[in-house]
Design a protein around this ligand. Structure first.
Ligand SMILES: Nc1ncnc2c1ncn2[C@@H]1O[C@H](COP(=O)(O)OP(=O)(O)OP(=O)(O)O)[C@@H](O)[C@H]1O
Length: 442
């Protein structure tokens, strides 16, 4: 299924993002020679219909903010198109951009840094009107007072300064300021993550009321799955610059089809203390987007990575072997550290028993059990561990790659049909069969 079709809304979209990329060059030397690229956003496509809220969700560093900035042309995209009301804004000149920026407003995470401390709230709200030469000063002030009431504050708050307001009140003012130019699209980048939980709910409910009243489209960016579930009609899950799953909120939350989405859902804190925490979800960090893993970008952390043909692992054993391979490929193995750990002076004097202890330590570090359930796999692994402690790292690397390479590291999956009504980019769906997994507790 093409990414374009699978990411569309049912209605005529207001915003159409197609194959959007934003790469930052990494340069070196006096001549600024390009030696690499940070692939912050790497080919995303989705639509937003009028009055619709679409969530962009993922861990920190997945490229959400860069996507938002590229969509509003606060950053110039490297590739791709952004159609707003049928026109590609990536080709706009300065005058056209100025007009577009009245129609598409952004709200940021930290309300403190969005206001000039020397300006009253009324001045801040009416500032965009002044920039766009709308009305005389008194009229602009009146509009600001009016909007303050619309966002649940007092008209007289127009004369107050930012330091006199709480975080939640400031985020309400930020919303009023965004609304003052009658936008059709609001991009809200983590709009409630800096607020107390009790205030978050109020601001989110205000956002929804305002959306209904003004028929706004909203791109809602968040790392918080529970907040996204609350406010979004559809959700796009982003990992390392790409959309890995996109669908209606209920469908995606009830029947998540990408292992990354499932892991994010398991990471939602619950009131049940026994099952709380990130442990059941994601391990490690988002890899550096200047050097993403081969094949499926998520394979280096995926708890459901597909097993190589010809072996029968228990999935956790298999993940352990993958952990070893990933760390060998990403940063090698510290054989000196291992040697010191077991108290061996130098390589020559190591006894067979001490080498075994080094191998045990390698297993422990990578969550590999003492013995794999598959004896064929165990014998390959044992030989590779032996190579590692004898410093034949290249031999170990190629033995493991030859025997255990999986489709997940060989080829990059596109968004594909999952049989659930919404697509995901995962080889588990290569045959079009839905993965029916128990919904996550939330
Ligand atoms: N100007 C820049 N130059 C180089 N790399 C950048 C630049 N801006 C962002 N990046 C990198 O691009 C990647 C995506 O960053 P981005 O801020 O878009 O992610 P995010 O999902 O919004 O995370 P967060 O929630 O922490 O802001 C990160 O690895 C980041 O370091």
């Amino acid at each position: 299924m093409s990414q374009q079709l699978s990411t569309s809304t049912a209605r005529e979209p207001l915003l159409e993002v197609r194959n959007l990329k934003k790469h930052y060059p990494i340069t070196q030397g006096l001549l600024n020679k390009e030696v690499g690229r940070v692939r912050a956003v790497d080919g995303i496509s989705f639509d937003i219909a009028p009055g619709e809220t679409v969530g962009l969700v993922g861990e920190s560093g997945c490229g959400k903010s860069t996507a938002a900035e590229s969509i509003l042309r606060l950053e110039d995209p490297t590739e791709g198109s952004v159609n707003f009301d049928g026109e590609d804004i990536t080709t706009y000149n300065d005058t056209e951009l100025k007009r577009f920026r009245r129609e598409a407003q952004m709200i940021f995470q930290n309300p403190d840094s969005s206001f000039d401390p020397r300006m009253t709230m009324g001045e801040s709200i009416s500032e965009p009107l002044r920039i766009h030469n709308v009305g005389p000063r008194e009229r602009r002030h009146e509009i600001a007072r009016n909007l303050l009431e619309r966002v649940g504050l007092n008209a007289d708050d127009a004369d107050r300064y930012p330091h006199e307001l709480s975080g939640g009140q400031k985020q309400r003012v930020a919303l009023a300021r965004a609304l003052v130019v009658n936008p059709r699209l609001i991009v809200a980048d983590e709009p409630v993550s800096a607020l107390d939980v009790s205030v978050q709910a109020e601001v989110l409910s205000l956002l929804q009321d305002i959306q209904d009243e003004f028929d706004l489209s909203i791109l809602f960016i968040s790392h918080d799955m529970s907040v996204v579930r609350e406010v979004c009609d559809r959700v796009a899950v982003m990992y390392l610059g790409k959309i890995v799953e996109i669908g209606d909120t209920e469908s995606l939350f009830e029947n998540p089809q990408h292992p990354y989405t499932r892991a994010l859902l398991r990471s939602i804190p619950t009131v049940d203390l026994d099952s709380r925490g990130i442990d059941a979800g994601l391990h490690g960090e988002v890899p550096n987007p200047s050097n993403p893993p081969s094949g499926c970008n998520f394979h280096s952390r995926c708890p459901e990575v597909i097993q190589p043909e010809g072996y029968e692992f228990e999935q956790e054993n298999w993940r352990g072997v993958m952990n070893l391979r990933v760390s060998m490929n990403e940063h090698g193995v510290d054989v000196d550290g291992l040697r010191e750990f077991v108290g061996v002076e130098d390589d020559e004097s190591a006894t067979a028993a001490e080498r075994e202890r080094m191998k045990d330590e390698l297993r422990r570090e990578h969550d590999i059990p003492e013995q794999l359930t598959s004896s064929a796999a165990e014998s390959v692994l044992d030989e590779a561990l032996d190579d590692i402690v004898r410093r034949n790292l290249d031999d170990a690397r190629s033995l493991l790659a030859d025997e255990f390479e999986t489709v997940c590291e060989q080829s990059e999956p596109d968004l594909m049909d999952t049989g659930t009504g919404h697509p995901a980019a995962c080889h588990l769906h290569a045959d079009g069969v839905a993965q029916t997994i128990e919904p996550a507790d939330d």
